[in-house]
Design a protein around this ligand. Structure first.
Ligand code: UD1
Ligand code: CA
Length: 482
């Protein structure tokens, strides 16, 4: 990862501008920490920068800088990003000025925005290649509605000519500074450029803030390049998603849907059968073997892998889990592996309405039914807990049948203890197994028992009051009124 890609001659450094406030999000969270596909906007951008082969990545932080820096520092990344603080935030040119001291002179600098999360590494590599260490390369796109963006101003008379015959780029004019004629231009600056470091530094030093917003515009360097005769090239992007920025909750939601649709399409291309790609959410990575079927409204988080022929019913939430081949996850099941993970064995049946928590390890053909919660417990092959039960910190043997309403009392108020249930044990309904406890293999626990002492293999153990009956019992009668 950490090497310059082939055929870009100079090393690539990336600057990610992420200091802005994001006022229009109306949120106390810094804008770049809002999540898309379960991951912060700025992390998407930094990961792409790494994938581009960047030698150095400098993230410009300002608004919420400690949180933004901490969020990135917590991530394992191929290149450790450096930070440059921008306080106060005086514009995009000012932002890059703060990063400049950390940029070497021999590199091509790619400039990105922390709020444009879906830019792709191939696009950036192509742009760096276009810059070729001596040109200013801008990523542009033609939009039906260019409102709010910087317009690409080309040599006179050519702006309306077919794209491939237009004149040279002369300047980028921000919307607020644009004339009516300039506002009509539909080719806009995406906010992404590749520029030789040495040239960039010279231009940055000469920026001013004499414009409608009183800001130091990075985009003013285009005019400087033109005056100096440095070639400016516009590389057109045909994919609006890659350059879509997030400024409002509405834009974030729209981009989320588009992102999810892309992930859904790519899974379907690999043979995964999604009941409805518009009702599918992946916030992390999902590996699927052949013939996986996923019904509507499922959410996958973290790292999930599904073996061949796995079926996932509607409305399941599955995070950090491995589901082996042939297993069926029935509707409304919640699986959350967190760090310890969850594994579901081959041909196991889980749900509906089951809850598997960290450290749940189900063997082959295990059945876990409705309203059963399992945490930090191993169930060996063929074990069953089909209704209304809790297994926490338990080791459950093969073919055990664990009755409805039974629980492991694994917590004494201070410490957690283990429950060990041998192979072929039958635990009746409504039992409490008070840990630490061992139930011997082949044993039976009578319904309604509270078990506090180890039981022998093959034994029937019952701990409840003996049943008594009172013959011809007369129920109390209501007293007459008054
Ligand atoms: C910028 C471009 C505009 C382009 C648009 C594309 C300028 C002057 N304009 O406008 O031509 O069409 O992006 O989306 O560059 N930021 C800082 N510090 C600052 C100001 C901004 O770090 O002082 C960061 C923001 O957090 C954001 C990025 O720079 O990630 C872009 O800033 P923003 O204010 O959104 O620029 P636009 O007005 O969208
Ligand atoms: Ca913006």
């Amino acid at each position: 990862m950490n090497q310059t890609p082939q055929n870009i001659d100079s090393p690539v450094d990336v600057v990610v501008m992420a200091a802005g406030k994001g006022t229009r999000m109306k949120s106390s969270l810094p804008k770049v920490l809002h999540r898309l596909g379960g991951q912060s906007l700025v992390l998407h951008v930094v990961e792409t920068a790494v994938a581009t082969g960047a030698r150095n990545i400098v993230v410009v932080t300002g608004h919420g800088a400690p949180e933004v820096e901490a969020a990135l520092a917590a991530q394992p990344l191929g290149v450790v990003p450096r930070f440059a603080r921008q306080v106060p935030q005086l514009g995009t040119g000012h932002a890059v000025q703060q990063a400049a001291p950390q940029l070497a002179d021999d590199s091509i600098v790619i400039i990105l925005s922390g709020d444009v999360p879906l830019i792709r590494a191939e696009t950036l590599r192509a742009l760096a290649l276009e810059s070729a260490g001596r040109k200013l390369a801008l990523l542009t796109i033609e939009l039906d509605d260019p409102t709010g963006y910087g317009r690409i101003v080309r040599a006179p008379g050519s702006a309306t000519a077919p794209v491939d015959r237009r004149g040279d780029v002369q300047a980028i004019v921000e919307e607020k500074d644009a004339s009516d004629a300039q506002r009509a231009i539909r080719e806009i600056y995406s906010g992404v450029m590749a520029v030789p470091s040495r040239l960039l530094k010279g231009w940055l030093a000469r920026l001013d803030n004499r414009n409608a917003q009183g800001e130091f515009y990075l985009t003013d360097i285009v005019g400087m390049a033109t005056v100096e005769g440095v070639p400016v090239v516009a590389q057109r992007c045909s994919d609006p998603l890659q350059v879509a920025g997030v400024n409002t909750p509405g834009q974030l939601a729209a981009l989320e849907r588009a992102f999810q649709r892309r992930q859904a399409d790519s899974l379907m291309e690999r043979g995964v059968r999604l009941a409805d790609p518009a009702r599918f959410d992946l916030r992390g990575t999902l590996e699927c073997e052949s013939d996986v079927e996923i019904d509507v409204n499922c959410i996958f988080e973290g790292s999930v892998s599904l073996g061949a022929g796995v079926r996932v019913g509607a409305n399941c939430v599955i995070a950090n889990a491995r589901i082996e081949a042939g297993a069926v996850i029935h509707p409304f099941t919640h699986i959350e592996g967190e760090k310890a993970g969850v594994t579901v064995g081959e041909s196991a049946l889980v749900g509906p309405f089951a809850r598997l928590r960290p450290g749940a390890r189900l063997g082959a053909e295990v059945h876990v039914g409705n309203f059963v919660e399992i945490k930090n417990s191993t169930l060996a092959a063929g074990a069953k807990a089909n209704h209304l039960a809790y297994l926490g910190d338990a080791t459950v043997g093969q073919r055990v049948n664990y009755g409805a309403g039974s629980i492991t009392a694994n917590y004494d108020g201070a410490n957690k203890h283990r429950t060990i249930i041998g192979d072929d044990v039958h635990v009746g309904s409504n039992c409490v197994l008070v840990a630490p406890i061992t139930v011997g293999a082949g044993g039976t626990i009578g319904a309604g028992s509270t078990i506090t002492k180890p039981t022998d293999p093959q034994a029937l153990t019952v701990s409840r009051a003996r049943q008594v009956s009172f013959a011809n019992w007369e129920r109390p009668k209501k007293l007459p009124k008054g």
